[in-house]
Design a protein around this ligand. Structure first.
Ligand code: ATP
Ligand code: MG
Length: 646
């Protein structure tokens, strides 16, 4: 795909937190002597009762178990707040940037965040929430979302954060699944100048889930919304008169911290369960190393708090490290396509962590949107969520980062709790599109379909052969499904379901989900590869590729392509794209169909819902399955209507 290598610059080599040698040495030790390695790394967390045992894990069915630091106790909210008060009580913990730049921004210091969290924790208790209870959080990107999560962690309640963009149906199903009887919400959310009727959605969801006895509602936009007597109360009223101190609950390292439903791009949502101690160590460590985080950095993760990136890298990792976080309510293209860069300059952001989908959307609008900003404060860039195509990577690197900032292309999953494969700034030469090297303690293997372990440069399914502290501990309420889903494909290992290539330098390249492999006349190819070729064309903004049934070849390649602003997809472009793919990959990858689409169906976290694209490609649109997690369901109708007759 690309052979470009960007060596570590002299400046980075001299100043990096971890240089190449340190990475190698630390990685070795983490594999050879995990006990000693993790005993040391775990000291970044304040334990109430220190653990004696580090790791007690097995991926074998007979004695399957995952326990880390299991006789230690701690409170993660205290690690994120209390311990910072002495040294950084007055330091901003959150710079909150509203959707509309004309509205007032907010700054919360660590002391503010501590007090708000304690008040809300007391309010939860006053409303009957006890240790172990599940609390559903359905809030927009406002500081109170972090407050609510930290308040749960403080009292030992298990939070389940639901994207503020999810429909009442999706919300209701998730409330039901974890049997939660309290919901925290707001009157409305705001995104890109539009309002989202959160409270109305909750009301509708609860029509069918009557066991919820309490709704605490934050007044955010001030909209006039109906309140149900006896069930609903105002956030302000709930915290009124609550003391700004709340003793943190002593939690066992293996006590549940949260449930998070995966985005659902592949089917029925799973309630991924994470516990406390290992997750704390993992998120704090990866936040520090992956981003070369230093005290005083202004750090901005532009993800939504409703997905794992927000949990691990807006809340727990950065706050455990005492970071100053930018929290942004809005979207990259509102009021215009320079918003991200305006925010970077406004807060002097040193680290920006975002997703390829956002980058592609901005890139397609042209470089003029970067021109009025300098972005000179940026030091490290991060990418997450999908393979980043080299085209977008180069743009991010050269244009956004002015060629100065290493890109941490972080591969990980809701299930892994934090980063698993990523280049470390200053330690690794960068290869555009490669997630590069394993994080400490991560033991990778690539296997073929028969389960044979492949060596050297190879391509196959990515598995992880040993436990790491941030690993999920179960699927809420379904122990069997946990083992079956992840540990049954290849005995004794965790199967990621992602395809991966390892090159001659030992760099890892995620090729996409294994269910995205297309088999054309016996040749297997990853959809990401075809997509990367398509987006090389200057008129293409985004592409999604799926398999379609083909009488002769078994499967054919069906491409959905969105063009950049001002360009219409036509037959000329179609021919150019076919030629481009044949040139980049080979004639075997010649697309069968290219459908120009105004937009692609995406989940709230910005991931393309390939399941739906496959159905349309197969011309089987009678059963599209659960579409409630789509950001914009109308896109699907447009795609069905625009399907070429093939
Ligand atoms: P579901 O499991 O419900 O289908 P999901 O897999 O989209 O949802 P996440 O856990 O948020 O939910 O996403 C993890 C997946 O995202 C990975 O398995 C991988 O396919 C993809 N991914 C994340 N980061 C990267 C990256 N840096 N490079 C390549 N792929 C990535
Ligand atoms: Mg997944």
């Amino acid at each position: 795909m690309t052979n470009k290598v960007y060596p570590v610059s002299d400046k980075w080599a001299e100043n990096a937190l971890l240089d190449a040698g340190t990475y190698e040495e630390k990685y070795r030790r983490s594999i050879d002597d995990p006990d000693a390695f993790w005993r040391e790394e775990a000291q970044r967390i304040d334990w109430i009762k220190p653990f004696t045992e580090v790791k007690d894990t097995s991926f074998d069915q007979a004695d399957f178990r995952i326990n880390w630091f299991s006789d230690g106790t701690l409170n993660l909210s205290a690690n994120c707040l209390d311990r910072h008060l002495a040294a950084r009580g007055d330091q901003p913990a959150i710079y909150w940037e509203p959707d509309n730049p004309a509205d007032e921004a907010r700054t919360l210091t660590y002391r503010d965040l501590y007090e708000e969290t304690c008040r809300f924790a007391n309010a939860l208790k006053a409303n009957g929430v006890k240790k172990g209870d599940r609390v559903t959080i359905y809030l927009p990107m406002v500081p109170e979302a972090a407050v609510a999560m930290l308040a749960c962690a403080r009292i030992g309640a298990v939070h389940s954060v639901i994207f503020a963009g999810f429909s009442p149906e999706a919300l209701g199903n998730r409330i039901e699944d974890c049997d939660s009887d309290i919901v925290i919400t707001a009157d409305e959310g705001k995104r890109g100048g539009k309002t989202i009727p959160l409270k109305a959605n909750v009301d509708e969801a609860l029509d069918h889930h009557a066991h919820v006895s309490r709704v605490i509602m934050l007044r955010h936009t001030g909209a006039d919304v109906p309140m149900k007597q006896g069930r609903d109360i105002d956030w302000a009223e709930a915290v009124n008169n609550q003391p700004a101190e709340c003793e943190p609950e002593e939690m066992n390292a293996e006590d549940p911290l949260f449930i998070l439903y995966t985005s659902g791009s592949t089917g029925k949502p799973k309630g991924v369960l994470h516990t406390t101690g290992g997750y704390a160590v993992w998120t704090s460590m990866t936040h520090q190393y992956s981003f070369d985080y230093r005290a005083g950095d202004v750090y901005w993760c532009a993800a939504d708090i409703g997905w794992i990136t927000g949990h691990s890298y807006i809340v727990y990792g950065p706050f455990a490290n005492g970071a100053t976080n930018v929290m942004f309510e809005g979207v990259p293209n509102y009021p215009d396509f320079s918003r991200f860069w305006q925010i970077v300059d406004k807060y002097k952001v040193s680290t920006l962590y975002t997703a390829p989908t956002a980058l592609r959307a901005l890139m397609r609008e042209g470089d003029q949107w970067l021109e009025s900003t300098s972005r000179a404060s940026l030091r490290v860039l991060g990418s997450v969520g999908e393979p980043i195509n080299p085209e977008a990577w180069e743009w991010y690197y050269h244009k956004v980062g002015n060629g100065q900032c290493p890109i941490a292309d972080t591969w990980w999953q809701t299930e892994t709790g934090g980063h698993m494969i990523t280049p470390l700034p200053g330690a690794h030469a960068l290869k555009p599109g490669s997630a590069s090297k394993p994080m400490f303690g991560v033991k990778l293997q690539i296997r073929d379909a028969e389960g044979t372990v492949l060596e050297g440069a190879c391509e196959g399914g990515l598995v992880i052969t040993d436990s790491w502290p941030g690993q999920m501990r179960g699927i809420y309420g379904d122990a069997d499904r946990f083992f079956d889903t992840y540990f049954s494909a290849f005995k004794g290992t965790y199967f990621t379901s992602d395809g991966c290539r390892r090159d001659e330098d030992g760099y890892y390249w995620i090729t996409g989900r294994m269910d995205d492999v297309i088999n054309v006349s016996g040749h297997r190819m990853g959809t990401a590869e075809v997509e990367s070729a398509l987006v090389l064309h200057e008129h293409v903004s985004e592409a999604a590729v799926v398999a379609m049934p083909h009488e002769v070849k078994g499967q054919g390649i069906y491409c959905y392509v969105t063009t950049i602003a001002g360009v219409e997809g036509d037959d000329t472009l179609r021919k150019e794209l076919i030629k481009l793919v044949r040139h980049e990959i080979g004639p075997i990858a010649s697309p069968e169909v290219i459908q120009f689409a105004p937009a692609l169906p995406k989940t709230r976290s910005g991931k393309i819902m390939r399941r739906i694209l496959r159905k349309i490609a197969e011309n089987d649109t009678s059963s599209l399955g659960d579409t409630s997690t789509l950001a914009d369901p109308e896109v699907v109708d447009q795609l069905i209507a625009g399907r070429p007759d093939v």
